[in-house]
Every structure is written in C-alpha cells, then in structure tokens.
Design a protein around this ligand. Sequence first.
Ligand code: ATP
Ligand code: MG
Length: 203
Amino acid sequence: MSEVELTQKQIQDKKRREAQKAKVNEAVAKADIERGLLLVITGNGKGKSTAGFGNITRALGHDQKVAVVQFVKGTQACGERNLLSSLGVPFHTMNTGFSWDSEDPERDKMAAQQAWAQAKKWLADPQYDVILLDELTYMITWGFIELADVLSSLSNRPTEMSVIITGRAAHRDLKALADTVSEVRPEKHAFQQGLKARIGIDW
Ligand code: ATP
Ligand code: MG
C-alpha cells in the first residue's frame, strides 16, 4: 500500500469514526427523560447479586439513601450484608427461621410475604433513591407473592426512585415493565470444575 493510499484509508476511517460519534451524540441528546429506573438482572450466570450490590455501593458513594431486601434464607452468610448493615443501611433478609426440616413451604411463604411487606413500605417511601430486591424473581415463580402486586408497587413508586431486581427466570411482565434488563449468561462456572464456593467471591 502506497503512502497516499494509506492516508486515504486513514481519512475514511476518521470520517467513519466521526459519523459514528455524531450518531452517538444524537442518541445521547435524545435521551432527555429524567426519572428513577427499574433494572432487572437475570439469567443463569454468576454476577446478578454482586451487580445489584455494586449498584448499591455506587449510590451510597453519592450519599444516596438505599435499602436492601434479600429474598433468600436468612442463615446464609453474606459479605455485603455485613458491610452495609455496619454502615446503617436498612437491610431486611427474609427470615425463614430454623428447622431441622428445611422443607416447609408454608413457613417460607409467610417469610416471603413479610419480606415483601417490608419492600412495599420502602417502595412507597420517597426518601429512598435506590432499592435492591435481591432474588425477588423466585418469590413470583414460586407463587409466594403476587405478580400483580409487585408490578403495581413498582409502577406506583416515587418517580425519582430506582429499583434493582435480581434473580433467575424473571417473569416476562417484570421484564416488560423494566427500563433495563440484563441477562447474565454462564459461559463457564468454577463449580462445574469442582471448585468450592469461596468466601469473598461467592458470598
Ligand atoms: P453472585 O451472588 O455471585 O453475583 P448470582 O446472584 O448471579 O451470583 P445466584 O443464582 O444468586 O447467582 O447464585 C448464587 C450462588 O450460586 C453464588 O455462590 C454463585 O457463585 C453460584 N452460581 C451462580 N451461577 C452459577 C452457575 N451457573 N453454576 C453454579 N453456581 C452458580
Ligand atoms: Mg444472586
């Protein structure tokens, strides 16, 4: 390739980059609606809850008011809960109580409904900027809480409030209501190679 040809290619590349940049700028200028967002982070890969908690720390870093409801069994250790609770962040972990017989759907349903009642209170309180509802999707899947109730609480929340919902197999209506939906896809997972779940990484 001669020097002249190279220069022409460079000019073409520059033009292409500028056109692309103009397109992006145009799209950015068009996105002028300001309100709280609903994010759904779903899929079978690892990273949903850590993304949700990462977003909570991002908001906290701007001195925003945040709250977390965890729809998992309460006895599990959780580094984020330790940290956020020590910072005084309102944090509700579903309390399924302790029993040798861990399969008690009625007790789990009651605990889920209690956790959801707390979530609803926070979802109606305009002082909160960002609320994380970790693993909420399963509560809908298992019929522990009503989809319609979840959708209406989310729809009627204060305009400036953002909500992040995590968990596998998010209901299509929940995804339809969301502004941002991310699907985390497992390409590989350490567990499949016999590696043990690890403190600081998995919980
Ligand atoms: P994390 O809390 O690490 O962000 P997650 O919220 O995306 O993970 P969950 O479905 O809530 O994933 O599962 C939590 C636990 O299961 C974590 O210990 C995680 O490492 C593990 N896990 C997540 N995805 C997979 C997978 N594809 N195979 C095996 N284990 C997984
Ligand atoms: Mg999770």
